[in-house]
Ligand binder design. Structure first.
Ligand code: AMP
Length: 607
């Protein structure tokens, strides 16, 4: 008998999930389905993403709800749009043979009227992100008075994103007798607290040891000097020719810089971060899913809810600020019973963080060596040989060319031909890695092998300057002179204290004296440019002006009003000096109006 039937799932649904390739229940499904099917328990499931938890709660829901009734009976709250769509899609797939099942996805960043229309038509299961759900509740457009089950999926993530109050408000509109099922990858004290708050003696299920990551993930770390990090990263990638990976960076700038460098160096890579529009993000994800991209460079926030199977490697280009995030990152690989590797590229000072992570995931990291140039060449060579050996030959198409090809090769032995094919790719790598140095940093606690200790990569500018990132660039019609004027007028710092200015496409870098950093960050706190929030970050640190403003927490209310704006007239004063410094050779001055930003409704996580 099909094991899902044995668990109590009806034939119609089992047939549908069989088509999805679900032959046997995953451990979490095996253990939670019988409990949830009773419909009489609150439930806490500690499970990583990728363990099959959507079906673990989705299949019992489909069994328990009455689809002859067309009013909301189940509410599933989850942290991100991606996850919301994923769950909705999964539930629709599981229930495709069941009549009258209506599932609606409610999430921000899409037309609310479409969602309202779907709700009005009648729905039994609402899958929602908290912000948009609350909006719809406040419009009195939904009635949760007959909700029987509430699922809080990725509860730790929802709390991380600051949704606690929204969840409270939403749940207050559901009946007291409902059952609450909570799933979380980790169990920080905040999650424990909401479990206590909303639940009555819940059934607790921990997959594996408490806080243990997926056992199918191997964790490795590589120790390198800061200045060798990118080269080391590329070497790791080159050593894994079949890599299909997600690379995590700490800041949007780093994400973009790494992706740009990789693209320039000929890799199939792109970045995913919060400055992209939803449409751009969807496009990047589509390319990644279709494997047109081999490497996805992402921030933690942007990568939430990504559900792509067969990710072979997660690479922590920078370790996350919050240890808990490591579990989320590494959980993007080794999904659905597969294996995967999670790699951390660190400097010697970060060893302590590795030990902390080990305690959280309950598993040891293996210290790995950055492969030598020779190792990489050998690996690539055999990958190529393997590829040639296994390539599908289209006999029909190639046949007509064979005589000419044979003719070209007639003076070569079989061995010569093989050597030449192998050399095609191999030469490129040999060339690149000809004099490749050893990138492994052999440290004793905090000291490099030259005995000087780890140095910050300060090759750009001098140590009296701090390099800042600004999300304005040549696409906003700035050249160096314009940008200098804009900075000076907005911040009231002297142009003389501004160092190197580097204008890129959608962003730029500029240096200011260390003593002026706070004044600059303060001044840009509430500035808009053409309706867009102007963002300043210390290059490489990821502390933005908006985050400083909020004291590291969520968004604070700000007063409206103007100020800090650039006026064309003021700009002219001292313009000559600035022009000289910046090399601006002319052009009229533009009037950049620095408007205060409106408070934004969405939540932000602190980084
Ligand atoms: P989830 O943790 O729900 O995001 O599931 C992770 C992946 O595992 C998804 O791609 C599911 O389609 C797949 N999956 C879930 N349950 C099973 C199962 N019993 N057998 C095979 N694949 C599954």
């Amino acid at each position: 008998m099909n094991p899902f039937i044995q668990l109590g799932i009806r034939h119609d649904i089992v047939n549908a999930i069989s088509e999805l390739g679900f032959e046997n229940p995953t451990p979490i499904q095996e253990q939670s389905i019988p409990v949830l099917l009773t419909g009489s328990n609150d439930f806490v499931g500690l499970a990583q993403t990728g363990t099959g938890k959507t079906a673990a709660f989705g299949l019992p829901l489909l069994e328990l709800l009455d689809f002859d009734e067309n009013h909301p009976q189940a509410l599933i709250l989850c942290p991100t749009r991606e996850l919301c769509l994923q769950i909705t899609n999964d539930l629709k797939n599981y229930s495709k043979n069941v009549k009258n099942v209506n599932v609606v996805a409610v999430y921000g960043g899409a037309s609310i009227s479409d969602q309202l229309r779907q709700i009005k038509r009648g729905v039994q299961i609402v899958v929602a992100t908290p912000g948009r759900m609350l909006d719809i509740i406040n419009r009195k457009a939904i009635d949760f008075s007959q909700v029987k089950y509430v699922v809080l999926d990725e509860a730790d993530e929802m709390l991380n994103m600051g949704f606690q109050e929204d969840i409270d408000s939403i749940l207050s509109t559901t009946p007291d007798e409902k059952k609450t099922w909570l799933f979380s990858a980790t169990m920080p004290s905040e999650v424990r607290r909401i479990a206590k708050k909303y639940m009555n003696d819940p059934f607790e299920l921990t997959m594996g040891e408490k806080n243990t990551g997926n056992v199918n993930i191997d964790h490795e770390y590589y120790t390198v000097r800061a200045r060798d990090k990118y080269a080391a990263f590329k070497r790791i990638v080159d050593f894994n020719p079949e890599i299909f990976g997600i690379v995590f960076c700490r800041t949007k700038i780093e994400t973009q810089e790494i992706a740009e460098s990789l693209i320039k160096d000929g890799y199939n890579a792109d970045s995913l971060h919060g400055d992209l529009s939803q449409q751009q993000r969807d496009k990047v994800m589509k390319r990644y899913r279709e494997r047109s991209l081999q490497l996805l460079i992402a921030t933690d926030v942007a990568a939430r809810g990504i559900d792509v199977n067969d990710v072979t490697h997660v690479i922590n280009y920078s370790l996350p600020d919050e240890i808990e995030n490591y579990t989320h990152r590494s959980g993007r690989t080794a999904r659905a019973g597969k294996t995967g590797v999670s790699i951390a590229i660190i400097n010697s000072k970060e060893m302590g963080k590795i030990r902390q992570i080990e305690r959280v995931i309950g598993k040891k990291f293996v210290k790995a060596e950055i492969p030598s140039g020779f190792d990489v060449c050998e690996k690539q060579l055999f990958a190529l040989v393997h590829k040639v050996h296994n390539v599908q030959v289209n006999e029909q198409q190639i046949e007509q060319y064979i005589p000419r090809i044979m003719d070209e090769f007639k003076d070569l032995t079989k061995e010569d031909v093989i050597k030449r094919f192998a050399s095609l790719e191999f030469n490129r790598f040999l060339d690149y890695y000809k004099n490749a140095p050893d990138l492994n940093a052999t440290y004793e606690e905090g000291r490099t092998r030259d005995g000087l200790g780890e140095r910050a990569p300060r090759e750009r500018g001098s140590s009296e300057y701090t390099r800042l990132f600004i999300n304005l660039g040549s696409v906003d019609d700035f050249n160096r002179g314009d940008l200098l004027g804009y900075i000076c007028n907005t911040t009231k710092i002297s142009g003389r204290t501004v160092g190197k200015i580097d204008v890129k496409g959608v962003y730029s870098f500029f240096e200011v004296g260390n003593g002026d950093v706070n004044q600059v960050m303060e001044a840009f706190k509430t500035i808009e440019f053409n309706g867009r929030e102007v963002r300043i970050e210390i290059s490489g640190e990821g502390v933005s002006s908006s985050e400083r403003r909020s004291g590291g927490g969520g968004y604070k209310k700000r007063e409206g009003g103007g100020g800090g704006g650039y006026r064309g007239g003021e700009r002219r004063e001292g313009g000559g000096e600035r022009r000289e410094r910046s090399g601006n050779t002319g052009g009229g001055f533009r009037d950049f109006s620095g408007k205060r930003r409106e408070d934004r409704p969405e939540r932000r996580k602190r980084y």
